[in-house]
Design a protein around this ligand. Sequence first.
Ligand code: 5GP
Ligand code: ZN
Length: 109
Amino acid sequence: MSDCLFCKIIAGDIPSEKVYEDDEHYAFNDINPKAPTHVLVIPKLHLATLSECNDPTLLGKLMDRVRFIADDLLHLSAGYRVVINVREGGGQEVFHLHIHILGGKKLPF
Ligand code: 5GP
Ligand code: ZN
């Protein structure tokens, strides 16, 4: 989608600190990290929110990549938090489905 910030990041039109990429997913450091490690994992397919996605295969693969990135790439062995903000009421600001991985310190509730 041409006016979507994260689609522009996937396309390389806006720079990002890439953490992981495959044919269907892209992961990069959050520009305003809320924890020592704060990575965003996104499907390359533009979907505005979790509510808009009724594809269990896509969601399963996306969550599998979150686990792979957090455990096998970032080695967040002490643990981490996975967050999806959904629409305005959930605090979503960028309307391209994304999963936050937060770690690197003991996270407050
Ligand atoms: P949301 O509130 O939509 O769940 O999270 C959006 C996240 O995207 C925020 O944590 C914000 O810091 C991050 N973000 C916004 N703009 C950019 C950007 O241009 N580059 C990167 N790397 N992260 C961004
Ligand atoms: Zn998009």
